[in-house]
Design a protein around this ligand. Structure first.
Ligand code: CS2
Ligand code: MG
Length: 405
C-alpha cells in the first residue's frame, strides 16, 4: 500500500487548525493534526517543503520506519515545528492502518484497559464567587475533576479567564501582534490559596481540583505555592515552573507533596526524561500533536509507567478534534492513563469541519468504535474558514520585564 498523495489544509473554524490528509494507492486515507497555536504556517511549510515529496511512494504500513526516517533523517532533531509535522503524518498512518484492518486504532495499541475516559473540565471566573459557581455547575454535570483559574485581584488580566470572550479562544487575538498582559507573582501567590480554601469549604474534599500555573513561577516560589495548597489536596499543580531546566522540579518536589504535572509544550521524550526517571513529577502532559504523534506517546506512557508517572494529555481548544480522538485511543489503552483535559466536544463551525467519535457521559469521554481514529474532515466546509494569523499573548512584569505567559 503506497502513499499516493499528502494534502495539507489550513482552516479557521473558530481558530486556526492544520490538517494533514494522507492518501494511498488503494483508496484508503488517514488524517492527522499539525496545529501549533500561533505558528501554524511554519508547520505547513515544513510539511510541504521537507516531508511530502520524501514520503510519496513509501509503504503507508511502515509507521515506525517513517517516524524514524522523519525524525533521524531531519538531522536537525526535535522542536515544536518538526515534531508537529511528524505527528500529523504519524496520526494519519495509524488512521489508515486501522481502516485497512477494520479496527479502531486502540485495538492496534493493545485494546481497552478501561471502558470510559476520566476528564477534568475548566472552571474560571473574574471572582472567586464566579469561579466557584462555575465549579458547582460542572459538578452538577457529573465531572469528577475540575481545573480552577481565577482573575487575580488588581491584575488587568491573567491566564485562563474567559471574561467577555464568547468562546475559549483567549489564546487567539484578532490583533496583528501578540497581546501584552501584566503579571505579578506576589499578588498571585497571595491569592491562589484562598481560591482553593474557599472551594474546599464550599464543595468538600471529594471533587478533584487542578490548577494551571502556566509556567510563571521560579522553583522556590512553586515550592511555596505547593506547600500552601497541601491542605486542599489538589489532583495536580500544572506547569508550576518552565521545564527547560528539568532539575527545577527537583527543588519543588523536595518541598511539597502537592502532585506536579508538566509537559504540554514538550515535543519529545528528551524533554521529560529526567523529570520522569527522578520521579520529580506525577503526570506527563505531552500532546500527540506537539509530541510527534501516537507512536512516541505510547512509548512515553510505557517509560513513565516504570516511574509511577501517569499520563494527563493536554486537551486545549488549540488541538484539533483529530488530536483529541488520538488521545482517546491512547487513553483507553495505556494502563497508566491518569486524566484527560476536556474543553468540550466542539460545536458550530468546528462540528461542520470535523466529525469525531467522542461523546461525554458523567464527566467521562466515551469513544465510539469506528475503524481508524474515527474522525473525518469536510474539506469543502474547511475552505469556508480562511486562516487568520493570530498570536498567543506575551506577559510583562510591572517594570516591563518580559515574563512567561
Ligand atoms: C493551557 C492551554 O490547557 C492548558 O493547560 O496551558 O490552554 C495553553 O494555554 C494553550 O494550549 C496554548 O496554546
Ligand atoms: Mg496548561
Amino acid at each position: 500500500m503506497r502513499i499516493s498523495d499528502i494534502k495539507i489544509f489550513v482552516s479557521c473554524p473558530g481558530r486556526n487548525f492544520v490538517t494533514v490528509k494522507i492518501e494511498t494507492n488503494n483508496g484508503f486515507y488517514g488524517l492527522g493534526d499539525a496545529t501549533v497555536n500561533g505558528r501554524e504556517l511554519a508547520v505547513v511549510a515544513y510539511l510541504e517543503e521537507h516531508v511530502k515529496h520524501c514520503l510519496l511512494g513509501k509503504d503507508a504500513h511502515q509507521i515506525e520506519d517513517i517516524w524514524q526516517y522523519l525524525y533521524k533523517g531531519a538531522y536537525w532533531r526535535r522542536g515544536p515545528i518538526t515534531m508537529a509535522a511528524i505527528a500529523a503524518i504519524d496520526m494519519a498512518l495509524w488512521d489508515i492502518k486501522g481502516k485497512v484492518a477494520g479496527l479502531p486504532v486502540y485495538q492496534l495499541l493493545g485494546g481497552k484497559s478501561r471502558h470510559k475516559i476520566k476528564t477534568y473540565a475548566h472552571a474560571n471566573g473574574e471572582t472567586i464567587e464566579e469561579t466557584l459557581d462555575n465549579l458547582g455547575q460542572l459538578i452538577e454535570q457529573g465531572f469528577k475533576a475540575v481545573r480552577l483559574q481565577c482573575a487575580i485581584p488588581k491584575l488587568k488580566s491573567t491566564y485562563g479567564i474567559l471574561g467577555d470572550k464568547k468562546d475559549y479562544y483567549e489564546l487567539q487575538s484578532s490583533r496583528p501582534l501578540p497581546p501584552e498582559q501584566p503579571w505579578d507573582t506576589t499578588k498571585y501567590l497571595n491569592f491562589i490559596p484562598t481560591l482553593f480554601k474557599k472551594a474546599r469549604e464550599q464543595y468538600g474534599m471529594d471533587i478533584e481540583l487542578v490548577h494551571d500555573v502556566h509556567s510563571r513561577l521560579t522553583p522556590i516560589e512553586a515550592a511555596k505555592l505547593g506547600k500552601d495548597l497541601e491542605p486542599y489536596n489538589l489532583l495536580f499543580l500544572e506547569d508550576s515552573v518552565t521545564a527547560e531546566n528539568q532539575q527545577g522540579y527537583q527543588q519543588v518536589r523536595q518541598h511539597t507533596t502537592t502532585p506536579l504535572a508538566v509537559g504540554e509544550i514538550f515535543n519529545t521524550i528528551w524533554d521529560a526524561k529526567e523529570l520522569i526517571e527522578n520521579q520529580w513529577i506525577d503526570y506527563i502532559r505531552m500532546a500527540a500533536t506537539h509530541g510527534g504523534g501516537i507512536t512516541p506517546m505510547k512509548k512515553m506512557a510505557e517509560f513513565a509507567a516504570i516511574y509511577h508517572v501517569r499520563t494527563a494529555p493536554h486537551g486545549a481548544p488549540d488541538l484539533s478534534p483529530i488530536c483529541h480522538a488520538a488521545h482517546a485511543h491512547l487513553n483507553i489503552t495505556v494502563n497508566n492513563f491518569g486524566i484527560q483535559e476536556f474543553i468540550g466536544l466542539g460545536g458550530g463551525k468546528l462540528k461542520e469541519v470535523f466529525e469525531h467519535p467522542l461523546s461525554l457521559e458523567d464527566g467521562h469521554i466515551i469513544l465510539a468504535d469506528k475503524p481508524g481514529l474515527g474522525v473525518d474532515f469536510d474539506e469543502e466546509a474547511a475552505q469556508k474558514y480562511k486562516y487568520k494569523r493570530s498570536y498567543l499573548p506575551v506577559t510583562r512584569l510591572d517594570d516591563g520585564t518580559l515574563w512567561n505567559w
